[in-house]
Design a binder for this molecule. Structure first.
Ligand SMILES: Cc1cc2nc3c(=O)[nH]c(=O)nc-3n(C[C@H](O)[C@H](O)[C@H](O)COP(=O)(O)OP(=O)(O)OC[C@H]3O[C@@H](n4cnc5c(N)ncnc54)[C@H](O)[C@@H]3O)c2cc1C
Ligand SMILES: NC(=O)c1ccc[n+]([C@@H]2O[C@H](COP(=O)([O-])OP(=O)(O)OC[C@H]3O[C@@H](n4cnc5c(N)ncnc54)[C@H](O)[C@@H]3O)[C@@H](O)[C@H]2O)c1
Length: 484
């Protein structure tokens, strides 16, 4: 031990000379990790991006590995904004945006991090392990690193069609963009709002704009809303729900141009043209890979390709959150799923590995939920449609009933679909919907997918019964029992 310690200190004094030997022999050893964990070796970790993923990594490093030096850099003015709240405050379901931030710059400075907000990283010199930064006032500086965490997130996809740079066309990613949409909806002259993309952001903001009294047109190229998350049996219900609340649905319709002098006045699609006062684009996210795309291996959509430790193809660089791929347990291969939940977990995993505790990600199911005009839908893993797209042969079992026994006066319908692989019979997905809150049940399916549980195992699963919550023949049991 003493010899190794002296040897290692010697190597640290001559880092360049012995760099390669150190990389091969020492950095892979348990003793090296042990020394990091004990704070004998102090690493400097630079985190680029301080939103959900970067915050989780920073908190884990600062709380658990107190001797590590942490530098956090973000170009935005704020951190920790919960985008899930945008539609809620824009739609006035909550009073203000103030509680949508769960931490701030000061909290990290107090924990000992060096934090640079309103600072863009313009370049990373991966060879010399240096990050080049530019502050909002134009001043430039550099930060060296031992380990780098890329947490640069995602960017909304911009449709490259005529007129896309006119005024009155918005995205909905940052807090500031939420503020801009909120201000637009406050204008009397803004009466007709076109939302492009009926995915999660589109459907949520369509509800919000309707709640603000606007005429809302919702467009998607797919034949239903929420097509990436649910099979038609579910998404058709959401379409009905949207129509019932007077949202004008335009499915299977693609925007082709925006027309206007300075501000957008007309939306042109492949099926018609519409007078509009405001456009909100919500057609998905792409990973923000600008800093590392020429140096690091990439997943097929451009996300940084990471292993189960969140390590990229450069061993000193980790990538987390929306800028990296995840491992899908349903598909049993890498995938891309941009969710805050994944961002947080991946940040924790990366930080423990850097801190000296080897930790593998257990993979994800992409569990998600939405609640629109009181109709709740939750899903995890793959829909039948998604499985087919990925070439996975699946079967499914459906069940629909009242949630509680008929004698209960407070009651509502519940629908469930469980999707399982044809050959192995392992569960690969589940979808549930109701006007009641049935959301917690989906977590059980998430675990089932993660653990490779078969549909047959669910048939006689011990599920409690109480009239307040469910029927003696629980809808999960009934769906599983009727599986072929
Ligand atoms: C309206 C909306 C609603 C959502 N609702 C939900 C939900 O209900 N549930 C859910 O799980 N997910 C939801 N999401 C998705 C979730 O917000 C993202 O998955 C999450 O933000 C990803 O976190 P991240 O930290 O990886 O990336 P981001 O949030 O994209 O953060 C990346 C950070 O990196 C910084 N950055 C990028 N490049 C640089 C650079 N060169 N220099 C310095 N800083 C840089 C950015 O300023 C940013 O702060 C929603 C998203 C939106 C937009
Ligand atoms: N409740 C939640 O968990 C929640 C809420 C908001 C956002 N998010 C996440 O944020 C990310 C971004 O959300 P999003 O809504 O932008 O993406 P999304 O992938 O949920 O939806 C994008 C939609 O746009 C449609 N589309 C694509 N190209 C189009 C085109 N040219 N014209 C018309 N429609 C087009 C797609 O068919 C899809 O339905 C997603 O990963 C999402 O899961 C999650």
């Amino acid at each position: 031990m003493i010899f190794l310690s002296i040897f290692h200190k010697f190597l640290l004094h001559f880092p360049h000379f012995f760099y390669i030997i150190k990389k091969i022999t020492i950095e892979n050893s348990y003793y090296y990790l042990y020394q990091i964990r004990k704070g004998v070796i102090q690493l400097k970790t630079v985190i680029i991006g301080t939103n959900h993923a970067g915050i989780a990594a920073a908190n884990t490093l600062l709380d658990t590995y107190k001797d590590q030096e942490v530098v956090m850099i973000d170009r935005n003015t704020n951190l920790s904004y919960l985008g899930c709240g945008t539609a809620l405050w824009v739609g006035r379901q909550i009073e203000s945006y103030e509680n949508l931030f769960y931490t701030n710059e000061k909290a990290f400075a107090e924990k000992g991090a060096k934090i640079h907000m309103e600072t863009s990283v313009t370049e990373v010199d991966f060879q010399n392990k240096v990050v080049c930064c530019e502050k909002a006032n134009g001043s430039k500086f550099q930060e060296s690193y031992d380990k780098l965490i890329l947490a640069t997130g995602s960017l909304p996809i911009s449709p490259k069609i005529d007129g896309h740079d006119l005024d009155g066309i918005h995205f909905l990613k940052l807090f500031q963009e939420g503020q801009a949409v909120d201000a637009e909806l406050s204008k009397e002259e803004v009466q007709t709002v076109a939302v492009i993309g009926a995915g999660y952001i589109g459907v949520e903001i369509a509800e919000a704009a309707k709640r603000r009294g606007k005429n809302v047109l919702l467009f998607d190229v797919e034949s239903t809303s929420l097509a990436s998350y649910y099979d038609e049996w579910f998404s058709k219900d959401m379409d009905e729900n949207l129509k019932k609340h007077e949202i004008d649905l335009h499915l299977g319709e693609r925007a082709t141009a925006y027309l206007g002098e300075e501000r957008v006045q007309t939306l042109v699609t492949d099926k018609g043209s519409y007078a509009v006062d405001l456009v909100i684009n919500a057609i998905g996210f792409l990973p923000n890979n600008a800093l590392g795309k020429d140096h690091l291996k990439l997943f097929k959509n451009g996300a940084y390709l990471v292993d189960r430790h969140q390590q990229t193809s450069d061993p000193d660089v980790y990538a987390i959150g929306d800028c990296a791929n995840v491992y899908s347990n349903a598909l049993q291969q890498p995938a891309y799923i941009a969710l805050a939940t994944n961002a947080v977990r991946s940040g924790i995993v990366a930080a423990h590995n850097i801190g000296g505790t080897p930790l593998e990600s257990i993979g994800v199911q992409g569990s998600n939920g939405i609640s629109i005009f009181g109709y709740h839908m939750v899903s995890t893993g793959l829909s039948v449609k998604a499985a087919e797209k990925f070439g996975l042969s699946v079967k499914y079992t459906d069940f629909e009933d009242l949630q509680r026994p008929g004698f209960m006066t407070h009651n509502a319908n519940v629908k469930i679909r469980i999707v399982y692989e044809t050959s192995s019979r392992r569960v690969v997905g589940a979808q549930m919907a109701s006007f009641e809150d049935i959301s917690m049940g989906i977590h059980m399916f998430s675990l089932a997918i993660e653990e490779g549980v078969t549909i047959d195992k669910l048939k006689l699963l011990d599920i409690f019964f109480l009239p307040h919550f469910n029927q003696p023949y629980n809808y999960i049991t009934m769906a599983a029992l009727s599986a072929e």
